[in-house]
Design a protein around this ligand. Sequence first.
Ligand SMILES: [Zn+2]
Length: 225
Amino acid sequence: MTVAVEKSKEMVLKAGSRMACAGLVTGTWGNISARVPGENLYVITPSGISCDRLSKSDLVIVESGGRVIEGERKPSTELKLHLAIYNAREDVTAIMHTHSTFASAMAVAGQTLPPILEDLAQLVGGKVPVTRYARAGTPNLAAAVLEVLGQSNAVLLANHGVVGMGRNLEEAFQVCMVVEKAAQVYAWASLLGKVNEIPKEEALLLRDLYITSYGQSKNSQPARS
Ligand SMILES: [Zn+2]
């Protein structure tokens, strides 16, 4: 395998540790993938192993049609979902799927997460849509995500969890973290009686500024303020 594949594997392993440490998943749930730069290949976590216990040899390399190129393990059951997103969005090179608590609560309520915080607007761009119900691991779930995805960097999966994506694994991780935080803030603000959203035009402007200015920074962190 090429240097690019090996590098992508290392980044997936690191993202797996961070996802587990951040408490975004429980047990063996959750999965991560990355598009290998310059190649029609993807690195994806295997099915049935906790993401913080993976080694390089556990990772699976697939091509865009889903055929396994390298790896002894079975790829994640959400492989179809990952590949459908890569196919629909050229700009996406990394995907993280989590079952984080507050985002899952929004998904159970069937509630879209509006742009309520600037970091959410910067990283996701506008609202985080929620899908119709579709069973985990099925082509139907991939179809349900594509129905609402648009240019959003995150989608809430009805009665399931969240999928976040970005230009690299660091960004996909930050998206999942910020969506979880915003979902928590949304729930608390709702209890206080009122949720004020960032106006749509302002949210889009924040996103544009992030992509064109701050997004060029080395680690693609959201702008601090
Ligand atoms: Zn899941």
